[in-house]
Write a protein that binds this ligand. Structure first.
Ligand code: NAD
Ligand code: USQ
Length: 383
């Protein structure tokens, strides 16, 4: 089957494109490379040195004999998008191609607008292109667990059955996201759901938790295939940041009390979940939602786990509680369901297996590339 990976030059997208290619899917990558540009504008860089996308793909082809088609352009440009889809003719589209940092979206008005225009217009263009020319194509869209926020009841997978004044219905689960970025995902979900209802498109929304780790079978085959690993205060995510902080002897930056609890998963499970979704497509007209994470941790728990793992490598790791730059609950109930992907065959990797091999050892190997000035958070929600 032909699978187009939108955002295939990014962290989740690159690992997924190679994983699918290795398993016999015909893969195309579509990416505007804008993420590399945003890094340059912010003056930040991935911990791991990544090659230009063309060289990454050439290396993959030379090593495996498998080709990957490349389309460089922006999905908010409808002409470019429709031409690329017609040239590639995908059976499934995996859509990672969005601005994905909550702090980036909270810098100021311009960054909030950029995030929502980029994400909502890109996805809307894709829905129209599918309706026009590829109505049977399966859209696998990356959403986020952050769409739900932190309600004081269990989080279901996309829908909740409610009884009200003696009547009963199954409705989209209420959303209370915590940033203009997370809100853009809610807006996408509504648009995709609507397009499935009115045009009969088929879509799976993967509400993914925070991804950690850098190693997958394919990206580990050769140094030139290495994946990006962000550690800065804008694009770096909690656990990846903590491991890199531990490697350079910087105290771990727990925001506030540290009771903020989220769903997490290994990048090796991200790529497998995408394959599972593609292999078990949604029905025509169906908007299916899977919660894509394997374990739940508070950020305080994570910091303590990194401290312990650091000890075994001789690292002395301190934990600091910084004033929280975000507006979020620091102690709360969090219990989210995640059985649908497991029922379809996901065998999770657990954090205890990944901390050293897929994180701390990489962090130590590349620690000389760390820019210490980019570790502390600079963006605040309150301004
Ligand atoms: P990333 O920034 O590493 O990659 C995103 C890629 O999309 C980049 O290469 C970028 O150039 C491209 N892109 C962005 N806007 C585009 C546009 N308009 N047209 C074409 N290409 C565009 O991000 P990531 O960490 O790989 O995240 C991928 C997706 O997964 C995002 O939608 C994100 O919201 C979601 N997600 C990520 C995580 C995580 O922990 N990284 C967790 C949950 C969900
Ligand atoms: N946090 C710290 N210290 C840090 C960094 C973060 O305590 O140094 C805390 C944050 O305050 C927050 C939690 O850790 O409570 C998660 O923050 P994060 O930056 O790791 O993740 P988040 O902003 O939620 O965004 C990331 C991805 C995003 C994805 C989301 C999944 O960047 O694309 O949608 O994870 S989820 O968190 O489930 O919504």
């Amino acid at each position: 089957m032909k699978v187009l990976v939108i955002g295939g030059d990014g962290y989740c997208g690159w690992a997924t494109a190679l994983y699918l290619s290795n398993r016999g899917y015909e893969v195309g990558i579509l990416d505007s490379l804008v993420r590399r540009y945003w890094d340059m504008q912010l003056g930040v860089d991935t911990l791991t040195p990544i090659l230009p996308i063309q060289e990454r793909i050439q290396c993959w082809q030379a090593l495996t004999g498998k080709t990957i088609d490349l389309f460089v352009g922006d999905i908010t440009d409808y002409d470019f998008l429709i031409k690329s889809l017609r040239a590639f003719e995908p059976g499934a589209i995996v859509h990672f191609g969005e601005q994905r940092s909550a702090p980036y979206s909270m810098i100021d008005r311009e960054h909030a607008v950029l995030t929502q225009v980029n994400n909502v217009v890109g996805t809307l263009n894709l829905l129209y292109a599918m309706k026009e020319d590829f109505p049977d194509c399966h859209l696998v869209k990356l959403g986020t667990m952050g769409e739900y926020g932190t309600p004081n009841i269990d989080i279901e997978e996309g829908y909740i059955t409610i009884e009200h004044n003696g009547r009963k219905d199954t409705l989209p689960y209420p959303k209370q996201p915590g940033s203009f970025y997370h809100l853009s995902k809610v807006h996408d979900s509504h648009n995709i759901h609507f397009a499935c209802r009115i045009w009969g498109l088929r879509a799976t929304d993967l509400n993914q938790g925070v991804v950690y780790g850098v190693l997958t079978e394919e990206t580990g085959m050769d140094e030139r295939l290495i994946n990006r690993l962000d550690y800065d205060g804008v694009f770096g995510t909690a656990l990846n940041r903590f491991c890199i902080q531990a490697a350079i002897g910087h105290p771990l930056t727990v925001y506030g009390k540290g009771g903020q609890t989220r769903g997490f998963l290994d990048i090796r499970d991200t790529v497998r979940c995408i394959e599972i979704a593609i292999a078990n497509p949604a029905e025509a007209g169906e908007f299916r939602v899977f919660n894509q994470f394997t374990e739940m941790f508070s950020v305080g728990d994570l910091a303590r786990k990194v401290q312990e793992a650091g000890k075994s490598l001789g690292l002395k790791v301190e934990i600091h509680h910084l004033e929280n730059p975000r507006v979020e609950k620091e102690e709360h109930y969090f219990n989210a369901k995640n059985t649908k992907l497991i029922d379809l065959g996901l065998h999770p990797h657990y954090l205890s297996d990944a901390l050293l091999d897929s994180l701390l050892n990489f962090a130590i190997k590349y620690k000389d590339r760390v820019n210490q000035n980019e570790i502390l958070p600079k963006v605040t929600w309150r301004r």
